[in-house]
Every structure is written in structure tokens, then in C-alpha cells.
Design a protein around this ligand. Sequence first.
Ligand code: FRU
Length: 424
Amino acid sequence: MKTNTEKFGVTPNQPSLWTRADALKVRADDPTTTQPLVSADFPVLNNDVFIWDTMPLRDLDGNVTSVDGWSVIFTLTADRHPNDPQYLDEDGNYDILRDWNDRHGRAKMYYWFSRTGKNWEFGGRVMAEGVSPTAREWAGTPILLNDRGEVDLYYTAVTPGATIVKVRGRVVTTEHGVSMVGFEKVKPLFEADGKMYQTEAQNAFWGFRDPWPFRDPNDGKLYMLFEGNVAGERGSHKVGEAEIGDVPPGYEDVGNSRYQTACVGIAVARDADGDDWEMLPPLLTAVGVNDQTERPHFVFQDGKYYLFTISHTFTYGDGVTGPDGVYGFVADSLFGPYVPLNGSGLVLGNPSSQPFQTYSHYVMPNGLVTSFIDSVPTDETGTQIRVGGTEAPTVGLKIKGQQTFVVAEYDYGYIPPMLDVTLK
Ligand code: FRU
């Protein structure tokens, strides 16, 4: 059998490790890596739906792209049920938190458009009911392929299973708005293999999702990042010296952190169209540190690879912790080695006074970071909350070498285009 190097000219990688020692450096509430407080009187994009993961239309190089002057975003979306008896509490009031927490099971891909890169207008569903093969349409990436408006939407078809898929359609513009047409045939691309990436059979809590295709700025080939867990039966992973890293005396106890096995996966396309993919070993693993490295994505800057991924407090292993937010790693070449940004990996976390204010951060090549509002406390004790399901204020980051700094805050859901494509 041919090796990956012979087949694709790609050198198979040795995963870089996010170690427990790195994670011990995470400092919540460092102002340079903390998202400004989101006020509880935030505006809601649309009162009929919850939105969360936001996926700006972009090209294969990562540039956020408008078409004929229209910005376009895709969002994971679910109906709100204020009048559904299923979501009323004993007093007959709408239990919005329960409705919000149930959203993943009915997530669908919707799109929105705007002339100003904010104040998004409702577009609708990308695929008609019945087109996607599974119950849940989970996160991915819409890619504008050309000036004919062709779009490849890569996403995750979940329940049953978790399959990385794509569907090709077209973006059409008029003076009055944008529509998505022809997203009718979903093509399965690949699933976890159980050798590099953990399967459902190995772990009922496995993660395999969130495709982010890109053209490598150096070798010009088509690759894809995705979220995974390291293959192996749940509980069988070893948290050894390498995973622990250089800890001070007294920090050797890893508790039950063998259950935390996140990784950032990578695949390479065998064809120019991205219909045929080969999984490669993960770029980064977090065994013993964290169980989820979600929505991985790159910013290519100053000849470096800035790898960003979102993670949660609740997915950290015993003895390590950090805020919900976006974490980052940098390397001089695609296959690493990657080192954690800011020493710890933390790039933009929630303040400890509002630990769930935002999530699903996406760092764009212009340094702007979009996310959604999850829930914001409305009283001192944090027992009363307001559920979001809408766009958070955009944050501006400066990325310098191995460090990042929060430097600006913009309007809610501000996602300006980096280039405009005039459709033929
Ligand atoms: C991040 C995420 C993604 C997943 C989706 C499911 O917020 O967990 O990894 O695709 O949400 O709703």
C-alpha cells in the first residue's frame, strides 16, 4: 500500500499535544484574553428562532466573502416554542431554558443576509425538509466556489451517527435580497474510523463533526479540519508523561482525566473538488486535558498557522480548568509542531462572573471574533438568567507571534466582508 506521502505528497503528522502543564497556565479573567461583559439587555436577532453556531460565507483561503454587496452567514437554528405545552412550567410560563437546552436535537442550517455586515435579515432554511439524511444538521462551513455563485456547504449529519457531508447549491442575489437554491443532494464524505478517530462504538460520548475545509497557503492542496476524539475504547487512554507535560511537584495526579480525549482532526482531498477525502492523524490532541476541541479553524497570518478551537469548562479533565471560549495554537507549518498561544492556549474566554455569556467563537482572518449569546445573568447571584440564542457583540483581537490581545469590541453580530465577489 502506498503511504500518504507517496499518494498526496503529504507528510503524515505527529500530533502536537496540549498538555496538562499548558492548561495549568490558563488564567480566567486576564483582561487580555477575556471577552468584555455582555449586557443582559442585548437585542435578539429573531424572536421565532434560536441561533447559535455562526458560519460566515467564505472562500477556500478563509476570506469572509460577500456576493454582489450582500454579506451572508449560515447559522445553526431551531424554532422557539413559547406556546408549546411541552415547554410550559407548572405555572404555565414558558421555560425558555429547557427549550434552549433541547435545541441541538432539532438543529437546522439557516442563512441570513445583510448589506452592512450586521442587522441580519432572515433568509430561511438552506435545505428543504427531508434533504438532509439525519435528524440534526450540525456545524460546518459554507464555501463560495466561484463567480457563478456555486456554494459547497460542508456540515455534519448527526443522529443516527455523525457523518461529515457536503451539499452543493448556489447563492442568488437580487436588489432586495439573497436566496440559496439547489441544495438538494447531500454527499456523505467520511465518518470516524476507530483507528485514528474514536467511533460511537468506542465511546457513546464521542465527537466527530464541524468540518472546516481550506486551501493550504503553502502547498495549495485542499484539506479539512474537524473535531474528533482520539481513537480507542472509552477509559483506555493513557495520561502519561507526555500528556502531563512539565508540571511542578505535587501536580502529577491526573484523576480520571483519561476520559478526556479531544483532538483536532485533519483530512486531505484526493481530488480537486473535495468529493473524496483521506483522514490523516490528528494535528493536535488534548488527552488528559479536555474532551472537546470544537469547530477548529485557521487564520493564516505572517507565514504562520494559527489554529483556533472552542472548548468548555465542563469538558476539562480532573485537576485542570478554564473558561468557555476559544483556544489557540500556532505553528510554522501545517503539520506543526503547534504551541499554545499565550502559553496556555486561552485566547478569548468568558468572564467568571458570566461563565456562559457566549460560545462558539469564530476567529476571522481580520482578527474579528464572532460568537453567540448563550445566557447572561440578570441578578447579582447569577440565579436569574436571560437566554440568548442570538449574535453576541463581535470582539477584535490582535494576533502577534505567540500572543493574542483583546483590543476592540464591535456591534452585535458584526461580520464585515473581507472581499466582494460580483456574480456573473
Ligand atoms: C458548538 C457545537 C458544535 C456542533 C453544534 C451542535 O456549539 O457543539 O460542535 O456542531 O454545536 O449544536
